[in-house]
Design a protein around this ligand. Sequence first.
Ligand SMILES: NC(=O)C1=CN([C@@H]2O[C@H](COP(=O)(O)OP(=O)(O)OC[C@H]3O[C@@H](n4cnc5c(N)ncnc54)[C@H](O)[C@@H]3O)[C@@H](O)[C@H]2O)C=CC1
Ligand SMILES: O=C([O-])CC(=O)C(=O)O
Length: 342
Amino acid sequence: MLRSIQSSLRRSKNLLPRRGYSSDSAPERKVAVLGAAGGIGQPLALLMKLNPLVSNLALYDIAGTPGVAADVSHVNTRSEVAGYMGEDQLVKALEGCDVVIIPAGVPRKPGMTRDDLFNINAGIVKSLCTAIAKYCPHALVNMISNPVNSTVPIAAEVFKKAGTYDEKKLFGVTMLDVVRAKTFYAGKANVPVEGVNVPVVGGHAGITILPLFSQATPKANNLSDEDITALTKRTQDGGTEVVEAKAGKGSATLSMAYAGAMFADACLKGLNGVPDVVECSFVQSSITELPFFASKVRLGKNGVEEVLGLGPLSDYEKQGLESLKPELKSSIEKGIKFANQS
Ligand SMILES: NC(=O)C1=CN([C@@H]2O[C@H](COP(=O)(O)OP(=O)(O)OC[C@H]3O[C@@H](n4cnc5c(N)ncnc54)[C@H](O)[C@@H]3O)[C@@H](O)[C@H]2O)C=CC1
Ligand SMILES: O=C([O-])CC(=O)C(=O)O
């Protein structure tokens, strides 16, 4: 069973190392999941337990982690698993971490925007990042908690205040937008999804999510302008599609855990010196006038090695880019303001 999960993950996109070393020679890497007992946290914990690049897996939450950790720890893979519960144990969870993944916070219910989560999640992210600055200031931080367009700027401000900010080490996880764009494109273009690539830029909410289908590979000649508009809208509304289908029981958890595990795996590969690891992420950026922006990023031994440019855009995408800027700008400013006044 494990073999078949691992080989299907390997087939789907190299969650396991491709080259350079086997799991026996992979360096020690500690990964923490903060919010590990939640809807995303639990399957993400399992997927990180399946990743042979991880040697220590720390599962932290305000409640429920002993059970999740005991359960996941029985899986016969490389990493040692430990559960930590409550603020007193946060230091132990964070000490020595190479990568910290944060899916802590409340999810949406039907009718809510991601920004409606700000009031609760901003405080959670702020306090977790304060602890990260103290106990593992050099870790790569993978921010999943929404609204990502604001929680990443909050994290940056907290780290700046603590004197530990390194823009190469802070990532908003927008991988689920890429996962969705690939799936929807493959379905519409009728091509095998395994070989599909679609960059998604901008941010992670509604129209700030801008999939660049003009750059999708393999090229599909069977898609009309209407198809591209529909694919764009479906990618932008993918989160809402799941929120509505779950009808009050939360938002995407399983697909998010998959996307989060893929992104953390890319970060670990970069840290380990695997060349040419490129994924989309919401990072500090100068490719537009906005201080944070999602785009393709090359990952390396220090985190972000290079923020890649947008590449050629279609007229439709150029329009989308201009339309998203005011909303993204105000979400970024909201995060910065919160971090500095509270
Ligand atoms: N970036 C993205 O693409 C996506 C982001 N999300 C976001 O991820 C977040 C989590 O979603 P779910 O796992 O579905 O929610 P959930 O409610 O199932 O789980 C959240 C977990 O966070 C924990 N938590 C709350 N405060 C905490 C704190 N101070 N320290 C540690 N843990 C804490 C809770 O105890 C709970 O176990 C939400 O904000 C959601 O909007 C969800 C899907 C996609
Ligand atoms: O839609 C939500 O609230 C959760 C999320 O960010 C996503 O699924 O993309």
